[in-house]
Design a protein. Structure first.
Length: 348
């Protein structure tokens, strides 16, 4: 694996960073600026980033998971309040089942705790099914058991979407009686390997998003530590604060490395190996992101617990990303299962 970005990937990263820095929210109040948010969404739409995993020649994706992860990381860093992860996962599902591109904005549905994709058993969705990243989405894609694997079906979403945990990427509850329309050829269901590959992409994108969140909150915390003064000096000169920020930086850099490997693994390794690699990354990034975000809040002191401090917005985004397809515990279990550790063998 070559960890260096190609010139094209570096240009993609730079363009994403410029768009997010120019149009993303810089204060909590900016999250209520609908005109700004609309401009950011229009920029993401015009860029074609949501179609990176759409089908190209021979049903191969238009871009690799590394390119999609580059966008996810920059959007996490800048708290971009425009859909990306949900739309990208929906495009991947359409590609895998051979369905035509969507004609309207869509996302994907998950069970209530976001640990797995929503599966409609005998036409009925699980109670509390949730569509992530649902802003501007008219529908969500869910799975339907069929002979040989799973089919993909489209369900309509209610226009009203509560913000709930993540202020930048609101989720929507899918109505229990929502009508479904199957996508793709009947003879081409999602196989077990397809579902593993799709799950690996989801884990890779959420890991990259968490790395971006860590980068963003660290930048905010370091800036505050350099500006806030106590006893006549910047608090960043205090050894205790330096150690906290140094530990957070180490956790972020470690996460960055494992997340980059995970993004590469999605397309480069066999489905089972890719799932194990991305599960390992998600477990690592989930633990690190919570610690780094909490460090960011602590460095801010009392103001870190107020609504106007951006640190809590980073933590909220991290908490949702951690839950999507499971956090540290669920993904460590995936790694153990892949390596045959635990259970009856008495090793755990």
């Amino acid at each position: 694996m070559d960890v260096r970005f190609s010139p094209e990937q570096q240009a993609l990263r730079d363009s994403a960073a410029q768009a997010v820095d120019r149009l993303g929210p810089h204060t909590v109040r900016d999250l209520e600026d609908t005109e700004r948010a609309a401009k950011l969404d229009a920029a993401v739409e015009a860029s074609g980033w949501r179609e990176l995993r759409a089908a190209g020649e021979g049903r191969a994706p238009l871009a690799s998971a590394v390119e999609a992860a580059i966008i996810a990381e920059e959007m996490g860093r800048g708290l971009a309040d425009a859909p990306f992860v949900g739309a990208t996962l929906a495009a991947e599902l359409r590609r895998l089942v051979g369905a035509p591109p969507a004609t309207a904005r869509e996302t994907v549905g998950f069970v209530a705790d976001l640990s797995a994709p929503a599966v409609a058993d005998r036409g009925t969705l699980p109670a509390g099914a949730v569509a992530i990243d649902a802003r501007h989405s008219a529908s969500a894609l869910v799975l339907v058991p069929v002979e040989g694997g799973h089919a993909v079906a489209e369900v309509s979403l209610d226009a009203s979407i509560p913000a709930e945990v993540d202020l930048t990427r609101p989720a929507a509850t899918i109505a229990a009686g929502a009508g479904m329309e199957r996508l793709g050829p009947v003879e081409q269901p999602l196989t077990a390997d397809d579902l593993r590959r799709w799950t690996a992409l989801g884990l890779g994108l959420t890991s990259a998003d968490l790395v971006g969140v860590m980068r963003g909150v660290l930048s905010v915390a370091c800036e505050y530590a350099g500006a806030r003064r106590q006893y006549g000096v910047a608090i960043g000169s205090f050894q205790a604060v330096q150690h906290m920020l140094a530990d957070a930086c180490v956790a972020m850099e470690g996460s960055r490395s494992v997340a980059l490997h995970a993004a590469w693994a999605v397309d480069a390794l066999a489905a089972e190996e890719a799932l194990a690699a991305t599960a390992m990354a998600k477990a690592y990034c989930s633990r690190a992101a919570r610690m780094v975000c909490e460090t960011g809040i602590q460095v801010h002191g009392g103001i870190g617990n107020t609504w106007d401090c951006m640190a809590h917005v980073y933590l909220r985004r991290a908490l949702l990303a951690i839950d999507v397809l499971g956090g540290a515990g669920a993904n460590l279990q995936r790694v153990l299962d892949h390596n045959g550790i635990g259970g009856a063998d008495g090793l755990r």
